[in-house]
Design a protein around this ligand. Structure first.
Ligand SMILES: [Zn+2]
Length: 350
């Protein structure tokens, strides 16, 4: 676990043990919560797995849903969540589940658990993944580092060198590379990861094929009564780094591609990466202008009535693979940790 995550886990644990979460929940949990999920699969059991924050086990999904029910939460669709924000009505807190990217295990591992709990979900689909034309560069980077013992990148705009023999060294190299890559222009980023993938023998499109639903799989999900399909851009870029035209095209184009392929029009959008550096006011305004009923970020937080005025900048709480524990989860949805994180601000939509 990185230092940042250890500190956060310790804070969550302390808030839980102090009873503060339970005590303050009626004041801090807000109207409800939107949960972010990515992959759902059995424990990977490998030492170096830097993307494991983006996956939980089916067992923990089951535990978390049971926990929400025992706390009195109603499991609702995202459409219903947005409707309740608009009207401010409903005395019971609600939780809406959202899954980003469109992984195969959402169908095979997550859906049976959701069926068991009658829990609806929104699947945010990136057409480029379904078509195997967009790359999961952050997973490529993990796969490449797993196989390499030494990383050396020499480019005009980017140089990096690190040993990657042990799991610790690999984790440090990943952490350092990931953030530098996230912040750089897409062409350069993909070229660098391509170089590492080639050196390590990672087949980049086979990886997408192995992990992501194809259109048939997405269609199968779309036919399920518990599943709504949302848009997650065409090629999963950092939208804030795209020029205006591409940013609009990524949003509108993904909705159109899904409509063409599946005959359903996504009502909601999820911004790729979704943090402050990846989506801001320009993206929120564009999503509203394009007619999405709501759009979700990965800014951490629960939902308050103030969000009714910011339906295209909705916060979510990530079901983080590092915190797969019922008590930590209960503390998270109490809204106390995110309120502290947001320095007491309930709504952060700027
Ligand atoms: Zn995504």
């Amino acid at each position: 676990m990185s230092t940042r995550h250890s500190v956060f886990a310790a804070a969550l644990d302390a808030i839980g043990k102090s009873g503060l979460g339970n005590l303050l929940a009626p004041l801090t949990r807000g109207l409800g919560v939107i949960l972010t999920l990515h992959r759902v699969r059995g424990p990977s059991g490998r030492g170096f797995s830097p993307n494991n924050i983006l996956e939980i086990t089916p067992d923990f999904l089951d535990v978390a849903l049971a926990c929400l029910k025992s706390l009195g939460y109603e499991l609702v669709t995202l459409t219903e969540a947005v409707a309740r924000l608009r009207t401010g009505r409903g005395r019971t807190p609600f939780a809406a589940l959202t899954f980003d990217d469109g992984y195969r295990d959402n169908l095979t591992e997550a859906l049976p658990v959701l069926e068991h709990h009658s829990a609806p979900m929104t699947l945010f689909v990136t057409p480029g993944f379904a078509e195997r034309s967009t790359r999961l560069w952050w997973i490529e980077l993990e796969e490449a580092l797993r196989r390499l013992e030494h990383v050396r990148i020499e480019r005009a705009e980017f140089s990096f060198e690190a040993l990657a023999r042990s799991d610790d060294e690999k984790a440090r190299a990943f952490e350092a590379l990931y953030w530098r890559l996230r912040d750089m222009p897409e062409v350069g980023r993909l070229a660098i990861v391509s170089g590492l993938s080639e050196e390590a023998g990672v087949n980049i499109y086979a990886l997408v094929d192995r992990l992501c639903l194809d259109w048939d799989g997405v269609a199968q999900m779309a036919r399920h009564p518990l599943v709504a399909i949302g848009a997650h851009t065409l090629t999963h870029p950092v939208l804030a780094r795209c020029d205006e035209a591409r940013m609009r095209d990524e949003m509108a184009g993904s909705r159109e591609a899904i409509r063409r392929r599946l005959g359903v029009t996504p009502a909601h959008l999820s911004y790729p990466f979704g943090d402050r550096q990846s989506a801001g006011l320009r993206e929120f305004e564009t999503a509203a202008e394009l007619g999405f009923a709501g759009a979700v970020t990965t800014r951490p937080g629960v939902l308050f009535s103030a969000h009714a005025r910011h339906l295209h900048a909705l916060p979510r709480i990530s079901m983080n693979g590092l915190f797969q524990d019922a008590r930590l989860f209960e503390t998270l949805v109490s809204g106390v940790p995110t309120l502290i994180w947001n320095r007491g601000r309930r709504c952060d939509a700027a």
